[in-house]
Design a protein around this ligand. Sequence first.
Ligand code: HEC
Ligand code: HEC
Length: 375
Amino acid sequence: MKRILVWDVPTRVFHWTLAACFALAWLTSESDVWLSHHVFLGYAMLGLVGFRVVWGFAGGIYARFGSFSFSPRQGLAYLRGVLAGRAARHIGHNPAGSQAIYLLLLLVLLIGVSGVFAMGGEEQHGVAAGWLGFTAGRVFKQLHEASAIFMLLVVAGHVAGVLLESLLHKENLARSMLTGYKLASDGTPASRPYRVVAVLLVALLLGFGVWWFVYTPKQASGVSTPVAFVGPALADNARWRDECGSCHLEFHPSLLPARSWTQLLAQQNQHFGADLGLDGASSAALLAYALENSAEKHATEAAYKIDASIPANVTPLRITQTPYWSKKHREIANADWNLPWIKSRANCGACHQDAQAGTFEDAAMKIPRSAPAAR
Ligand code: HEC
Ligand code: HEC
């Protein structure tokens, strides 16, 4: 027996970066605030799988698909062998492990593609923006989440398999995926390391990261994310900004349905205890603009979801009383609401950099825990 190189460097880099991306993608799926990072990880995983497919034909001998093209039946037979404590040792991938690998590659593809469509539909962002509507986007998001959960189960099975197999053959398989080396009988062919390919792969990943997080043009709204990640600008109106922006933020019309704006403007002389003193013509012009751009027009994800959340027989006069708004903000602590530079729930601009534009991009929200710099 002697130590030989089994896992070439690109295969190991692929394996561990994919594992890291998957773990981080789970962590960043918790909050919309992390969506930009989450999507970056998703694209990176798609790219990694694309590389792995090429490497399955061009890579080191044990990385090639040809070296582990077992049938599902062989995989099951092998599993039975492992459970009975008498499965043959394989230098490369064993039949059961091979099935897990193909399944994981397919799942990353499914999760990645459904994620791109979910984002294109639900957020109207990314490469699939404008290809499908919000409702279809929602279906893709469910597929995205279900396949991610399934992948987590397959990963758990894969890890359990590695542990079992390591015990059975008294060798540390996880370590050989780190070092690349395994003990093999004389005459077993060794793989080449292919270091240059690994360096190129890492350079590509780093370059993508730099492009995504550093070299990204600042948008007009002050949101710093890749271009593809920020949707189109919304309708704007100088009179609206003038008349509705003096006491509080000029709430964008896409944040409430048409019936709410109609009622708010009809009661403009008793506006939350204030008299707006609008003449008939101004009031009509403001209402026309509001109706043209109300939540029902679904200009943004927020507009769509606010609209969908309000029961048809309810006419909310506050954005902060719509079910979607409440749901999205219920985890914010009282201590945060009471910060002197926030104070009111309606002070959207304190936490949403793009509140004036009305876009409420995921990448533009942050609870300011320290006083904002004087402007
Ligand atoms: C004279 C000051 C003033 C002007 C001008 C004004 N508002 Fe208000 N608005 C208020 C006050 C006061 C509140 C209640 C704020 C609170 O409770 O935090 C309010 C609240 C609101 C809310 C509810 C915010 C929430 O809690 O979700 C909306 C919507 C709104 N205003 C729309 C408008 C529109 C549209 C215009 C222009 C036609 C306008 N406001 C002009 C004083 C004003
Ligand atoms: C105290 C800070 C704070 C204030 C004030 C605030 N928000 Fe938010 N908002 C957040 C945070 C944090 C989230 C992200 C919640 C999560 O984890 O998903 C959020 C989420 C949202 C979302 C969901 C975005 C999406 O991805 O769909 C919308 C829409 C939104 N806020 C609108 C508003 C509006 C409109 C106002 C003012 C009436 C407002 N917010 C006031 C902190 C704030």
